[in-house]
Design a protein around this ligand. Sequence first.
Ligand SMILES: *[C@@H]1O[C@H](CO)[C@@H](O)[C@H](O)[C@H]1NC(C)=O
Ligand SMILES: *[C@@H]1O[C@H](CO)[C@@H](O)[C@H](O)[C@H]1NC(C)=O
Length: 275
Amino acid sequence: MEVQVCMRHYLWGILISLHWNLVFSQADSRDLLLTLKEKNALDTFKEQVSPLLEEEFMKSDFYLVRWLRVKNWDIPSAKTMLLDNVKWRKDNKINSILQENWSDVEQDFPASFHNSDKIGRPILTMNFGEWDFRAVVLAGKSRRLDRYLTYTTEKYVNNVFKAQAAGKNVTRALILIDMDGFSIQRTACPLCIPIFIRWTSTMESYYPQFTNEIVMINAPSAISIPLNAIKPFMTPDTRDQLKAFDTNKQQWMKYLDARVDRSQRTQRYGGTKSL
Ligand SMILES: *[C@@H]1O[C@H](CO)[C@@H](O)[C@H](O)[C@H]1NC(C)=O
Ligand SMILES: *[C@@H]1O[C@H](CO)[C@@H](O)[C@H](O)[C@H]1NC(C)=O
């Protein structure tokens, strides 16, 4: 008994919160709590990688800690992964992707970045069911769509940074997807699926631990075809984040109402926000 009390006391003693605001009941706050051992690993990691990072935002604890977490606190692996990311960003000019002209794609593949959930997490909203992936493939524009999907990811991750800077207690974003209109031919054609796989790989390799949940509504059972194809490319964490609801509106309304205020959702997501 005494030992247990001591142990518990000891554990509390070594929990360190980085210099961020915390709401302890929220899942995101777990991202922000470190044990002493973890804090030491972060400091070592930071010292090793900081001179190699050109983009300023990468030097924050808030950013760096993810690479360690995803690699189970193994510093050399985290370093390799982070430096791969640095190279990829440079090779693909990701640091200016937000300034590129996306008007040609945005029309047919609208994504919204303007909303946030109840604790201030940015929401990326996409009506995937309406996106004609097959047309893109047939037009030979898969790579353009790949880059656009990277752009949407960069943008919502950027919004996480903005939320942090604004003093909100968030480390991750929410992805909200309406699958209404889904068809195997249009959405999940054999040449469409590689687009999803590449996007998943991009998110896992270059934007680890920036997503809190991926909530799909109006998902038909055929969704399992593309989902099963991309799941092997997801970390177990990401797989756990997937929540697919069918057309039973009562069910997804209850779920969304608990997380996202109706003022932050358009009508198709059961909200009151005008487009
Ligand atoms: C963006 O590209 C479209 C064509 O796709 C063009 O009409 C438009 O003028 C461009 N906008 C800017 C700001 O360059
Ligand atoms: C963040 O958490 C702190 C500490 O719990 C709290 O005082 C603050 O109001 C929270 N900020 C937001 C924007 O929720």
